[in-house]
Every structure is written in C-alpha cells, then in structure tokens.
Design a protein around this ligand. Structure first.
Ligand code: BTX
Length: 331
C-alpha cells in the first residue's frame, strides 16, 4: 500500500498542474489539516512547494538528500524497496537487515544508510563507508533456492551494478570474480552476501552493496588508494545517490525476475560479458600447485572455470589469482 506521503508527492508533482488543498484532501481521503501537516513534513524533507492563490499547490524543487521519501518517490518497482528503511548513521546496514529479516519483513525489503561506522566486507574485512559519499545498502531476499545456489544471487547482484554503471555513464565496468566491480582496474564497489539457511532451505539472503560514488581520489583512504576508486573519480562527474539507488533497485528487480523465470544461464551470460580477464591468461596458486590458465567463465555453483595449457578445465572456488600486469592483485 503506497503511503499517503508518496501519493501526496505524486499529486503535487504533476507537471504544470496545480492542485487545490480541497482536491488533495478528497484524493487522499484525509482532512485539510492533515494535508497541511504533510506539507510541512515535505518541506522539512527539503521539498519546495509553491502555493498559488485560487490555483493550488505544486512541487517546484525536490531535495537532493536521501530519505525514505525521496527514494520512494519515482521508484517504479513492483516488489523491491516497498519496505524501505533509511538511516543517517548505522554500524552496518547488514546488521539491520538481519534484524528485519528475523522480524519477518518481506522479500525486497531495503535498508540504506548515509554512513556506516562498522561497514563490513567479506571475512570480517572493513568496508570504508563515509557519510554521503556512496551507496551503503542491504537488500533482503527470500528466494526459493537451495543454499548451494546462493552464490548465484551474488553474481546476479554484480551484473546489476555493472549494468547500472554502463547505462548511467561512459565508464566500462568489469566484474572481478566473484563480485568486485572494477573500473580501470580499481575497485569501486563490493558485494557481501550473507545467508540464513535451515534444513537445506534458504530462510533469507542479505545482499550488502557498497558503491563508492562521490569520493574524490584524495578521499579514498591512503592504504587502499592504489586499488580503490569511486565513480566520480573515474567519470569526473558527480553521481546522484538517490537516483542511482532507484536505478539499482529497478534493474535488480527486472534481473531477478528474469533469472527466476529463465534460470542461471541468464545471469551467467551477462556476468561473463563483464567478467574481468575472462578469456585472458592469469596465474593461479592453489594449495597444491601454481599454474597458468585462461579464465573461461562461471558455473551454477558460483565457481570460476579456468582452462590450463593442455585444455583441461578446472573449477576454482577460492584460489589465489594473480591478475597480472595492470591487474587487480591486492586483497
Ligand atoms: P571485500 O572483502 O571484497 O573487500 C574489503 C576490502 O576492500 C578491504 O579489506 C579493503 O582492502 C578494501 N576496501 C575497504 N573499503 C573499501 C571501499 N570503500 N572501496 C573499495 N575498497 C575498499 C566487499 O568485501 C564487500 C563490501 C560490502 C559493503 C556493503 S555496504 C552495505 C553493506 N553493509 C555492510 O556492512 N557491508 C555491505
């Protein structure tokens, strides 16, 4: 059910059309006083509402700050992000989404924060998440999949981010297996997937997405500057956080629906077109040996497939890959 606030925003935002207080109260089925209170709230959120006598009201400027309202407004999805929780500051959006999942919140619930104090990467590594500089977001999914298929969702999320970056800029993103997004060999985004499963059934999956949007090169911490960047540093353009979140949610929903209908091959094909060093030679070191291989693609269980010089294919799960010259090697 759409909130009164959202319906109010939509009514006020009809191009060139003013709408009277009475019409708003009739449409929304609330009193004139309630309409007025909502208007005040909108102004607090940063909307500018123009009031013209005998004509009515309309929105002339919407805020550039991120909030539940600004994300909702103009979000044309059917199941993702309808339940949306925005925070100015959290330890980690993953912690919050786990709590919400345990409270029974639905498939498609989204948590967004302006800043994370304890943003986390894989294997408890830290994820730098400075205030207002990027997208720090978690999505709750309740897929009907077996736990072994969970890596497919991570791969899917990476294709979504690559598609959004491609559609919004001239940048050329690559997905470094399994789930880093690189631009010019530097990481601009990471994905953390955490899963709760029982009796061979996924209860829920929490997909954490971090994207560096507007840090300048100097704002990237010194210790990772050689291997990390932001979309702004690479594109030389400012990125709008709210509209990029909307774009990701829209693209996520359509990719997920298509995947649910067609299966993993749909994701595999897109992933491989963006795959970093796919079709190229790299050096691989496993516990047993070090060898030269050509990267071929991905498997339904999330493994990376490599082919050795004799044409023998091998599945890699957590091999150390030396990505080669100009490549991304650091952890
Ligand atoms: P990862 O383990 O692949 O990457 C973590 C590593 O990346 C760190 O050890 C560091 O070297 C480097 N790093 C740290 N911060 C950044 C950054 N901002 N940009 C580029 N490189 C960085 C990747 O883990 C998964 C990251 C998921 C982050 C999201 S944000 C929303 C959600 N909440 C949360 O706590 N985590 C996820």
């Amino acid at each position: 059910m759409e909130s009164t606030r959202n319906r109010l925003i939509k009514l006020l935002n009809q191009e060139d059309n003013y709408i009277s207080g009475q019409q708003l109260s009739d449409h929304l089925n609330i009193s004139r006083t309630a309409v007025w209170k909502h208007m005040k709230e909108l102004e607090k959120d940063g909307y500018e509402v123009e009031a013209v006598q005998r004509k009515g009201y309309r929105i002339i400027a919407s805020p550039d700050k991120t909030s539940e309202n600004t994300i909702h407004w103009g979000l044309s999805t059917s199941w993702i992000g309808h339940q949306l929780h925005h925070y100015e500051e959290v330890d980690s959006t993953q912690d919050i989404v786990h709590q919400l999942a345990k409270q029974g919140k639905p498939h498609g619930t989204v948590v967004v924060a302006d800043e994370q104090i304890k943003g986390k990467g894989r294997m408890s590594r830290p994820w730098h998440s400075p205030k207002g500089k990027g997208i720090w977001m978690s999505i709750l999914l309740r897929p009907e999949l077996s736990p072994v298929q969970a890596p497919q969702i991570t791969l899917l999320a990476a294709t979504v981010l690559a598609k959004v970056i491609t559609s919004q800029s001239q940048l050329i993103p690559f997905i470094k297996w399994p789930n880093d997004i690189l631009i010019n060999h530097k990481k601009v985004s990471g994905i953390l997937t955490e899963m709760q499963a029982e009796h061979d059934q996924i209860q829920y999956v929490a997909i954490g997405i971090g994207i560096n949007l507007n840090q300048s090169a100097e704002e990237i911490p010194v210790d990772i500057r050689h291997k990390a960047s932001s979309l702004r540093a690479e594109s030389k353009e400012e990125w709008n956080i709210t509209s990029t979140i909307q774009e990701i949610l829209k693209q996520f929903e359509s990719t997920y629906d298509q995947y649910a209908a067609e299966g993993f091959n749909y994701v595999k094909e897109i992933w491989e077109t963006y795959g970093y060093k796919i079709g190229e030679k790299v050096t691989i070191s496993t516990m047993r040996r070090t060898w030269e291989a050509t990267l071929v693609g991905i498997e339904p269980d999330g493994a990376l497939i490599a082919r050795d010089s004799e044409g023998k294919r091998e599945k890699l799960y957590s091999a150390e890959i030396q990505w080669g010259e100009g490549g991304y090697d650091a952890k």
